[in-house]
Design a binder for this molecule. Structure first.
Ligand code: NDP
Length: 284
C-alpha cells in the first residue's frame, strides 16, 4: 500500500488564509506586521529566495521590504543598518539572507539582530530559548515540520523520532521540537554507524542531509511518517529530496513530496514568526 501524501502547498495555503485575517486585525489596530529582508551580494539562489519571501508577505497583507546591498558592503555598515532596523518600530522581523559574502562574519551579523525581531530563529538567544523551553522564535523549517505532524494528527508523544542531520538551522532545532513534544529522539549524522538500523526504528523520520535520495526503502519502518527536508538537484537538473520518494512511499504511512512538501511550509512559518513578533509588540 502506498503512503498518504502530506501536501505542504495545501497546508501552507490553509495557514496563510488564517494569517491574512490576523494581519488585517493587527493592521486595523495600527500594528501592521512588517518584515525587512536584507540581501548582500548577488547570489542567484538567494535572489529567488528573498523575492519569494517578500511576495509571500505581500500576499497576506504584511508590509515587507527588500534591501539589496552590494557584495562589498563592509561589516560595520551592515551591523549599523541592522541596529537601525532594530530601533524601527514599523519593522517586526529582520531577516538577513544567508550565505553572506565571505568577508562578513555571519554569526556576528545574526547576533546583532534584536532577538525579538529574529524571525528566522537563528540567534543564539532563540536557540537557547528553544533549548530551555522558553518563548522565542523557532527556526522556520523545523517549525513547519511540526505543523505538518499536527495537521495529519500525528502526536509525537511516546514515539521514536529519528532526525538525520544536526545543522543549527534544521537538524538540531528539529530534534529539540520533537523532544519538547515528548518524542524519544535520536539524532544521526555523518559519524553515525549503522544508520539504517536506527532509522528503521523510527515512527517519525526526518531527513535533513542534503544528499539526493539518501533514504532508501530498506531504511524505513512500515507505516512511518517520513518528512523530507532535503532540496537537491539531480545531475539532470531535476529537484529532488533526501528520500527516495518512489520506493519509500511503498513502505511509509505518510510522506512529504519534494517539491510541494516541507519547502512551502518554511516560508509560511517565516510569516507566522513575523506575525507573532507583531502580536507580541502590539500586546494583542
Ligand atoms: P547541512 O549540510 O548543514 O547538514 C547536513 C547534515 O547531514 C549534517 O549534520 C551532516 O552530518 C549530515 N550528513 C551528511 N552526510 C551524512 C551521512 N552520510 N549520514 C548521515 N548524516 C549525514 O544541511 P542543512 O541542515 O542546512 O540542510 C539539509 C538539507 O535540507 C539540504 O538539502 C538543504 O538544501 C535542505 N533545506 C531545505 C529547507 C526547506 O525549506 N525545505 C530549508 C533548509 C535546508 P555532520 O554534521 O556530521 O557533517
Amino acid at each position: 500500500m502506498s503512503a498518504q501524501l502530506i501536501d505542504g502547498n495545501a497546508l501552507a495555503a490553509k495557514l496563510r488564509a488564517h494569517m491574512t485575517t490576523e494581519v488585517a486585525r493587527l493592521t486595523a489596530l495600527g500594528h501592521r506586521p512588517g518584515l525587512t529582508v536584507l540581501l548582500v551580494g548577488e547570489d542567484p539562489a538567494s535572489q529567488v529566495y528573498v523575492r519569494n519571501k517578500v511576495k509571500a508577505c505581500e500576499a497576506i497583507g504584511m508590509a515587507s521590504s527588500l534591501e539589496r546591498h552590494p557584495a562589498d558592503m563592509s561589516e560595520a555598515a551592515l551591523l549599523a543598518r541592522i541596529q537601525e532596523l532594530n530601533a524601527d518600530p514599523a519593522v517586526h522581523g529582520i531577516l538577513v539572507q544567508l550565505p553572506l559574502p565571505k568577508h562578513l562574519n555571519s554569526d556576528l551579523v545574526i547576533e546583532t539582530i534584536a532577538p525579538e525581531k529574529d524571525v528566522d530563529g537563528f540567534h543564539v538567544a532563540s536557540a537557547g530559548a528553544l533549548m530551555v523551553g522558553q518563548p522565542g522564535f523557532k527556526p522556520c523549517t523545523p517549525y513547519g515540520c511540526m505543523k505538518m505532524l499536527e495537521d495529519i494528527g500525528c502526536n509525537p508523544r511516546g514515539k521514536h523520532a529519528v532526525v538525520i542531520g544536526r545543522s543549527n538551522i534544521v537538524g538540531k532545532p528539529m530534534a529539540m521540537l520533537l523532544l519538547q513534544a515528548s518524542a524519544t529522539v535520536t539524532i544521526c549524522h555523518s559519524a553515525t554507524p549503522n544508520l539504517a538500523e536506527i532509522t528503521r526504528q523510527a515512527d517519525i523520520l526526518v531527513a535533513a542531509v542534503g544528499r539526493p535520495r539518501f533514504v532508501t526503502a530498506d531504511m524505513v519502518k512500515a507505516g512511518a511518517v517520513v518528512l523530507d527536508v532535503g532540496i537537491n538537484r539531480t545531475p539532470e537538473g531535476k529537484l529532488c529530496g533526501d528520500v527516495d520518494f518512489d520506493a519509500v512511499r511503498q513502505v511509509a504511512g505518510w510522506i512529504t513530496p519534494v517539491p510541494g512538501g516541507v519547502g512551502p511550509m518554511t516560508i509560511t512559518m517565516l510569516l507566522q514568526n513575523t506575525l507573532e513578533a507583531a502580536q507580541r509588540k502590539a500586546g494583542a
